[in-house]
Design a protein around this ligand. Sequence first.
Ligand code: C5J
Length: 231
Amino acid sequence: MLVTIQAQPYPYVVPDSSKLALVIMDMQRDFLDPGGFGDALGHDVSRLRTIVPTVQRLQQAFRQQGLTIFQTVEGHRPNLADCPPAKLQRGRRDLTIGDRGPMGRMLVLGEPGSAIIPELAPLPQETVITKPGKGAFYNTHLGFLLQTYDISHLILAGVTTEVCVQTTMRDANDRGYECLLVDDATESYVPEFKQATLAMVRAQGGTVGWTATADQVLAGLGASPLSTTTS
Ligand code: C5J
């Protein structure tokens, strides 16, 4: 099915919906819940929660249409062997990566804080990419999976807009993927950073790609813009 989404800076066209994937980034407790990594960095984590219903609507629409969904989780092995010293030393406050907080060791895979929030829990057949870096391609098999599934178009959602989402979108763009960032399904701890990222993405005729609202994406997919989920 041809998909046309009314986007900025101009319509985003997908020749066939089978080539489209939704990539939901890092909607994990460490970034969204009090006591997690985002909180330890001194951020107001409640800002990120505001997008959950919108991301759910996208997730539900993709599921209903049988389209591909990936989720990502930022996290490290328990021995932190995949965490470069430069990352470990950065942003040090009272607690940092690997330290024990109320949700277990921060940004360590398998700990309660690394889990995707229950509202967006993946289905067993959906792929979760664990990544040690900000971008979803670095040291992961996302590129391999996209090639395997013959995906060429990525719709991005999740957190945080200017860090993991933007890093992934720029990298995907360089790899030849056509990327659209859903502006009300991504959020940042710093509102100005989100707005700047959206502006940068669509500047110069779409340097990095497109932006659109969730309603515009759902309309393009022929899904009801008002659909909600109860889970
Ligand atoms: C950060 C992320 N901000 N998911 N990670 O460290 O954006």
